[in-house]
Design a protein around this ligand. Structure first.
Ligand SMILES: Nc1ncnc2c1ncn2[C@@H]1O[C@H](COP(=O)(O)OP(=O)(O)OP(=O)(O)O)[C@@H](O)[C@H]1O
Ligand SMILES: O=P(O)(O)OC[C@H]1O[C@H](OP(=O)(O)OP(=O)(O)O)[C@H](O)[C@@H]1O
Ligand SMILES: [Mg+2]
Length: 314
């Protein structure tokens, strides 16, 4: 794996030394704080900030500083290159992190994966100039350029035991390598395929699928806070995917309605002044709401309203 990059500003990751100074520039807060590493830029950055916000991990990040203490919790957020986070977590330089499964695999990092975050979904693929290659095995003995040298080597170890394939590491803009004559194919991430197609490449084989995950160091001493952060993030992510639905249901249709909207534990049923109906409220997957509303109307439900939720715990 590529070497872990420079230490973030204001952070001595290896010794976990902290300053007692109140100055923002070097202050990493209470030395008992749990350290949570998040991507410092890139496509995950904005979405991870929303997750921190949803989990109540409010913090103020001074300009150009890669460390921020949470205002309420004993948590310090460390902003790192996404590619380094799995290694930092595995080596115990930080306790928790948010990064891609691709990076964990590439770093061969021994971390606990606590949960998938429903974002950063893409595939790591072999990409070759259109019409030149139909299977990765045709690349044996050729030149591959990638930001994922370990995963690529592992793949070729199985099909190229003589190690005749050249695998070169680059940090970004991987797809440009074939058109510059530097590679016969690349191994890089594909989401929509726009970047790949723009470079005149096509997908000729999948190495792995990946998604963003919450990870923790298996030996961290901050068990309780790891659980708390996990629960908070889980509650927020669940809330982003669910809504409450509430509707008036004819009394003789309660069973049918409860099957359509069973809720998390059980639907809440409330008496109404109009005795022909009850009011039913239940948690539903937001994506399923339009179809559910069709079905509920079919059984005679009225005044159906979907209400977004901002957070939840089960
Ligand atoms: N196109 C994409 N679609 C979905 N997830 C992606 C995509 N590109 C990257 N990721 C995920 O985000 C992780 C970090 O990649 P990202 O591109 O955000 O960081 P970066 O390359 O360091 O930043 P930048 O591209 O701005 O230099 C990847 O390892 C992968 O898990
Ligand atoms: O299939 P697509 O939707 O086009 O997404 C894939 C691209 O996204 C990432 O690049 P990024 O934009 O992060 O730039 P980088 O290569 O410089 O990291 C990845 O490295 C691919 O190039
Ligand atoms: Mg990138």
């Amino acid at each position: 794996m590529p070497p872990v990059g420079a230490q973030p500003d204001g952070y001595d990751g290896h010794s976990r030394t902290t300053s007692t100074s109140s100055s923002q520039s070097q202050d990493t807060g209470n030395s008992n704080n749990i350290l949570l590493a998040v991507p410092k830029k890139g496509r995950l950055y904005e979405r991870v900030l929303k997750i921190l916000d949803g989990a109540g991990l409010d913090h103020v990040r001074a300009p150009r500083l890669d460390i921020a203490n949470c205002t309420r919790e004993d948590v310090t957020i460390v902003f790192l290159p996404a590619a380094d986070i799995a290694t930092y977590v595995a080596e115990g330089n930080v306790d928790m992190g948010i990064t891609g499964e691709d990076i964990i695999a590439e770093s061969q990092a021994n971390v606990d994966v606590l949960m998938k975050l429903g974002m950063g979904k893409c595939k790591l693929c072999f990409q070759a100039p259109k019409g030149t290659v139909s299977d990765p095995s045709e690349l044996i003995g050729k030149r591959i350029v990638t930001s994922f040298p370990n995963l690529t080597k592992t793949y070729f170890d199985k099909i190229d035991p003589g190690h005749t394939t050249s695998i070169k590491y680059v940090t970004g803009s991987v797809e440009v390598a074939p058109s510059l004559g530097l590679a016969d194919a690349v191994v890089d991430l594909v989401e929509t395929g726009t970047t790949m197609r723009a470079a005149g490449l096509e997908n000729v084989g999948e190495v792995m699928r990946t998604e963003t995950v919450l990870i923790a160091n298996p030996h961290s001493t901050h068990h309780k806070m790891i659980q708390t952060i996990h629960k908070r993030i889980k509650g927020y992510i669940t809330a982003t995917q669910h809504s409450m639905i509430t509707y008036n249901c004819p009394k003789d249709k309660i069973e049918a309605a409860s099957k359509l909207t069973p809720g998390h534990d059980s639907p809440t049923i409330t008496l109404l002044h109009d005795e022909r109906f009850v009011s039913i409220t239940a948690l539903v997957r937001t994506k399923e709401i339009p179809l559910l509303m069709d079905r509920l109307q079919e059984i005679g439900a009225q005044s159906i309203v979907a209400i977004p939720i901002s957070n939840c715990r089960f």
